[in-house]
Design a protein around this ligand. Sequence first.
Ligand code: HEC
Length: 185
Amino acid sequence: MDSFEFSKIAAAVLLALLVIVGARTYIQSHHPHYDEAAGYQLPAPPPEEAAPAAGAAAEKAPAFNPAEVVGLLKTAKPDAGKQAFGKCMSCHTADKAAASKAGPNLWNVVNRKLGGRDDFKGYSDQMKAKGGEWTFEHLAGFLHSPKTYLPGTKMGFAGVTKPQELADIIAYIRTLADSPAPLPN
Ligand code: HEC
C-alpha cells in the first residue's frame, strides 16, 4: 500500500479511538458508577442455575451406600460370591487351616478386629490404627473402594463396584466360619 492510503487508514483508526474514548469520558463524567454498572464485573450466576448442574453431577455418579449392599445380603448368592472371590485369591486364603499370603487369611473375618489376624505381619499402620470390627457394613465400604475407606491401605486392589457382586462376595466370606454371623434383618 502507498503511504497516502496508510495515512488514511491510520487517521480512521485514530478517529475511531477518539470517538470511543470521548464517549467513555463523556458517559463516565455524567454517570460516575458507569464502570461497575456496565458489567466490568461478571454477575454471579443465580442460584437456580447452579442447583440443577449439581443434581446432574450427582445422577452421573451416585454416592456409594454400604447399607444398600447390607440390604442385599439376605438374597445374595454365596456360590456366585465364591466365583467372584477368584479375584481375591492371589492374595487371600479362605480355608480355616491355611496360612496368610500377601494378604491376611479371611477365615472368621466377619466381626473380627480390623487387622486382627495374628499370623499376618503385613498390615498397614492405617489398618492397625483404625480400630473397630469387620461388620458387614465395614466390609462393604472397604471392599467397594479400599483406598477411599482406608487411605494408605496396603491392599492393592481397586475394589468391587457392583453392589450385587459385592453382596455375593460378602455372603461368601460370611460362610468362612464355624458359626457364621447372623444375617442382618
Ligand atoms: C493384591 C493383593 C490383594 C488382593 C487382590 C485383595 N486383597 Fe484384601 N488385603 C490385602 C492386604 C495386603 C491386606 C491388608 C491391608 C492393610 O493392612 O492395609 C488386605 C486386607 C483385607 C481385609 C481385612 C482383613 C483383616 O484381617 O483385617 C479383607 C476383609 C480383605 N482384604 C478382603 C479382600 C477381598 C474380598 C478381596 C477380593 C474382592 C481382596 N481382599 C483382594 C491384599 C489383597
